[in-house]
Design a protein around this ligand. Structure first.
Ligand code: GDP
Ligand code: IMO
Ligand code: MG
Length: 421
C-alpha cells in the first residue's frame, strides 16, 4: 500500500516535519520528484536539520529511504547532507537507496540555470539556482546522465559530451563562469555516490509492496509549482502532484490509497509569480516575522498572505486529496481577524476557478473574514482544547474543500501535532 504526502500551495508547507512524524507508520519513505531545490526542516532531539534530497524518514532506524527515478540528484549536495545526518548518529549507508534511473545534476546545469535566469530580465522565475530546470530539460531532451551510468566505463566520455553541449549553449548565452572548482567537487562526490546502494527502484519498491510493506511517497515543492498545473511559467520543472508518484517511482495508480495534502493555515510563496492573496502591508510583514518565513534552501524572505481556498480547492482536485494537514496554525495566534479567499474577481467577474494564466490577469481576491482565536495554542495536545474560533475557521475550510483537516500542527516540534476528528 502506498500513501502520498505532498504540499498543496507553493511549497514550504511543513512537509518535512509531517513526514518525520508519520514515518514510524511506514516501512519506506520515497522521494519521487524535485531535487536540492527542496528544503525540508525537521527537529530531531530539539535540533534543527534541513534535508534537500534525503527523504525525511532517515532519522528512523528501521525505515528504508529511497531516492526515486523522478528526482534529479546533486551528488555534491547529497554528500553534504549525509555529513549533517551523520552528525545525528545516522548510518545513512544502511537505509538510503538510490534508483539507477535517477538523473544527475552536473555543474553546467547549475551554470545554465543561472544563465537562464539572467537572460529573463524582469521575468525571472526566481529559481533556487540548483540546476533543476536544465537537468529536467536534459531528461526530457534525452541527453541526461543517470545514476546507473556511473557504473558504466564510458561515463567520463558521456559526461564530456554533455559538458561540451552545455558549453556551446552557455557561450551562445554569453555566460562565462569558471566551473573548475565545482567540477572537482562533483567528481569527488560521484565517487561517494558510487558507494551507495544503487538499485532498480521500480522492482525494489514493487517487490516490497507485494510483501505487504507500506510506502509513504514524500512530495517536494507544492501543487501550485507543478510544471503542468501550477502558475506556469513560474513553476518548478517536475510534476509535484500525486500523479508524479507513478512516474517518479514506478508505482501503478491503483496502489495509491491516501493522498495527504499539507497546507499552511495561511499562504506563502518564495520566488516570482502570481500570488492572489499576497499581503504587501504590515499584516504580511507580521506573518513573515512570527512564522519565520525565510527560505530553508536559499534564505530568501517568503512572500506571505491569507489562505487561498480557490487554489487549495484546485490542488485538492488535481491530487485527489483524501486528508488534510494544516500546519503553522500557531502563527495566527495573535491576529484579531483572519481572512480567507473564497473567490477570484477578474474585471468585475467572480470565479471559484484557477484561471489559465494567473500572471496576466488582474485578480482581486474576494475575502471572507473570521474572528481570530487570540490565544496561544502551542501547548495544546488534544482537539478538545482548541479554541472555538479556530474550530470555526477549520470547519469553514473543510466544508469549502469537501475534504477534512485530520491534523493541526501548532509548532515546529515533533510533538506539536493534534489529531482532529
Ligand atoms: P517543507 O519544505 O514543506 O518541508 O517546509 P520548510 O521546512 O521549508 O518550511 C516550514 C517551516 O515551518 C520550517 O521552519 C518548520 O520548522 C516550520 N514549521 C513546521 N510546522 C510548523 C508549525 O506548525 N508551526 C510553526 N510555527 N512552524 C512550523
Ligand atoms: P520545498 O520542497 C518553495 C520555487 C523557487 C522558484 C520556482 C522554480 O522546500 O517545499 P526551481 O529551483 O525549482 O527551478 O525554482 O520554484 N521552489 C520552491 N519554493 N519550496 C520549495 O521546495 C521550492 N522548490 C522550488 O523559489 O520560484
Ligand atoms: Mg521547504
Amino acid at each position: 500500500m502506498v500513501d502520498v504526502l505532498l504540499g498543496l500551495q507553493w511549497g514550504d508547507e511543513g512537509k518535512g516535519k509531517i513526514v518525520d512524524f508519520f514515518a514510524p507508520g511506514y516501512d519506506i519513505i520515497a522521494r519521487f520528484q524535485g531535487g536540492p531545490n527542496a528544503g525540508h526542516t525537521l527537529y530531531v532531539n530539539d535540533k534543527k536539520i534541513v534535508l534537500h534530497q534525503i527523504p525525511s524518514g532517515i532519522f528512523h532506524e528501521n525505515t528504508i529511504n529511497l531516492i526515486g527515478n523522478g528526482v534529479v540528484l546533486d551528488a555534491v549536495t547529497l554528500r553534504k547532507e549525509c555529513d549533517s545526518v551523520a552528525a545525528f548518529g545516522v548510518d545513512y549507508r544502511k537505509n538510503l537507496y538510490i534508483s539507477e534511473r535517477t538523473h544527475l545534476i552536473v555543474p553546467t546545469h547549475r551554470a545554465l540555470d543561472k544563465a537562464s535566469e539572467l537572460s529573463k530580465g524582469n521575468e525571472k522565475i526566481g529559481s533556487t539556482l540548483k540546476g533543476i530546470g536544465p537537468a529536467y530539460m536534459d531528461k526530457t531532451g534525452r541527453n541526461g546522465l543517470r545514476v546507473g551510468d556511473l557504473l558504466d566505463k564510458n561515463f567520463t566520455s558521456q559526461y564530456i559530451k554533455l559538458r561540451l553541449k552545455h558549453q556551446r549553449l552557455l557561450d551562445s548565452m554569453n555566460f562565462h563562469e569558471d566551473i573548475t572548482a565545482w567540477e572537482e567537487e562533483f567528481f569527488e562526490a560521484l565517487e561517494f555516490l558510487r558507494g551507495f546502494k544503487i538499485v532498480n527502484g521500480e522492482y525494489f519498491i514493487n517487490d516490497k509492496i507485494s510483501k505487504g510493506m507500506n510506502v509513504l511517497a514524500e512530495g517536494a515543492q507544492g501543487s501550485m509549482l507543478d510544471v503542468d498545473f501550477g502558475t506556469f511559467p513560474f513553476v518548478t520543472s517536475s510534476n509535484t502532484i500525486s500523479a508524479g508518484v507513478c512516474t517518479g517511482l514506478g508505482i501503478a495508480p491503483q496502489k495509491i490509497k491516501d493522498v495527504i495534502g499539507v497546507t499552511k493555515a495561511y499562504c506563502t510563496r518564495v520566488g516570482s509569480g502570481p500570488f492572489p492573496t499576497e499581503l504587501h502591508d504590515d499584516t504580511g510583514e507580521l506573518i513573515r516575522k512570527i512564522g519565520s518565513e525565510f527560505g530553508a534552501t536559499t534564505g530568501r524572505p517568503r512572500r506571505c498572505g491569507w489562505i487561498d481556498l480557490v487554489a487549495l480547492n484546485f490542488a485538492c482536485m488535481v491530487n485527489g486529496v483524501t486528508k488534510l494537514v494544516m500546519t503553522k496554525a500557531d502563527v495566527l495566534d495573535s491576529f484579531n481577524e483572519l481572512s480567507v479567499c473564497t473567490s477570484y474577481n477578474v474585471n468585475g467577474k467572480s470565479s471559484k476557478e484557477v484561471p489559465f494564466q494567473m500572471n496576466r490577469l488582474p485578480i482581486v481576491p474576494e475575502l471572507k473574514q473570521f474572528p481570530g482565536w487570540n490565544s496561544d495554542i502551542t501547548a495544546i495536545r488534544s482537539e478538545d482544547s482548541l479554541p472555538v474560533a479556530m474550530k470555526e475557521y477549520i470547519r469553514f475550510i473543510n466544508e469549502y474543500l469537501g475534504v477534512s483537516v485530520a491534523y493541526i500542527s501548532n509548532g515546529p516540534g515533533r510533538e506539536q501535532l493534534i489529531a482532529v476528528k
